[in-house]
Design a protein around this ligand. Sequence first.
Ligand code: HEM
Length: 411
Amino acid sequence: MDNTFLLLAEGYAWLPGLFRGTDRPAVRTRLLGKPAVALRGPEAVRFFYDDDHVKRRTALPEPVLSTLFGHGGVQTLDGHAHRVRKEMFVTLLEDPEGVEGLVAHVRAAWDELVRSWEERSRTVVFDEASRVLARGVCRWAGLPLNDAAADHLARDVTAMVDGFATPGPRHWRARAARRRQEAWVAGLVSEARARSYAEGGGPPARSAIAVVARHRDADGRPLDPRTAAIELLNIVRPTVAVAWFVTFAAHALHRWPEHRERLASGDDAFATAFAHEVRRFYPFAPFVGGAAVRGMRWRGEKIRGGSLVLLDLFGQNHDPGLWDEPYRFDPGRFAGVDPDPDVLVPQGGGDPRTGHRCPGETITVEVLKCLAVRLARLHYHVPPQDLAVPLRRVPTRPRSGFVIAGVHTAP
Ligand code: HEM
């Protein structure tokens, strides 16, 4: 039976539900009218991220491309073309100086905005975190925009993420937001290129806009302005999406206040462990998928050529075979240990250089640490509100967006 409606109805619980009560390494289903097989576990990660097994080019559905990713971005490439494009992201996003620079911009944007929260009766953490992140990442990336434009961008890129997995008004907002931002950023790329040839030069050579504008693809050609815009949005959008994790961090500090003092103290190792546990515990990306390159077997299970192969990220991050008491929020599980990259998979698995794993994990962890520590140091109270995190909604977050009141920065 086709499970597309079940997926829409059950959200994060859908794949873990299929695995429940079976000890098979893979489960079979149908999705979007195609046969599909779902896998989980570190061995499955290694199988899934081998591009001799799974390809992406034709696997991503149109509604996801027209909202979350854009058409022709790195997510849709395979083989050599993917590696060449991916190298651009990895070089830009894994450079320690670049990461530090981005964190510094985000921190400065938080410090600017936090004053306005002191004057308000209530502040929604999700909305404010997305404004902070949009200002920070645009300044870092060399996108020239004033604060009002940054706020607009924050609303548009969060709409793209919010509406990719659902029919109805959220989805149509996501499509419109993508069309608008692609056109606007494509214009900025063309301008940056024109200025680079003119006297006076363009944006700083190491800024993201300059790197994307001068990148050459596997065929030796620069990206057309629309594709360059899609790739710049592949940096801006997910950086702003760290607002989901910041909101979850606020939720965790409220539910388990015993972590606040240590986080506020500036204990860097604890902040790292806290960030990893937020990424593991709370639901964000439910699964990733591709198409089987040919007919093959995995641990005895037959996979037909062309069928969908899904990797259950949320299920793997809560698999009791991999995690002790997976539904307990416990940063201590990451104390003094670097997580195994094929076990902790909130942002995909495998090697980001060779496969599709997220190249923004260092940035996510560092930005999340910075803002979680700032939240832990902030004085506020949490008025009555709906803090439920519905698992049927993808992506989910506390229903209220996490409202705080009586904010003040002084002790
Ligand atoms: C890919 C999650 C933050 C840039 C991915 C994938 C996931 C993911 C699940 C897909 C992996 C796959 O297809 O196998 C997240 C989450 C984030 C986050 C939950 C936190 C909010 C970031 C950041 C950046 C970024 C901060 C950049 C600054 C990308 C790019 C890809 C990607 C460019 C495509 C990689 C490829 O197809 O080769 N991310 N990500 N992400 N992410 Fe992230």
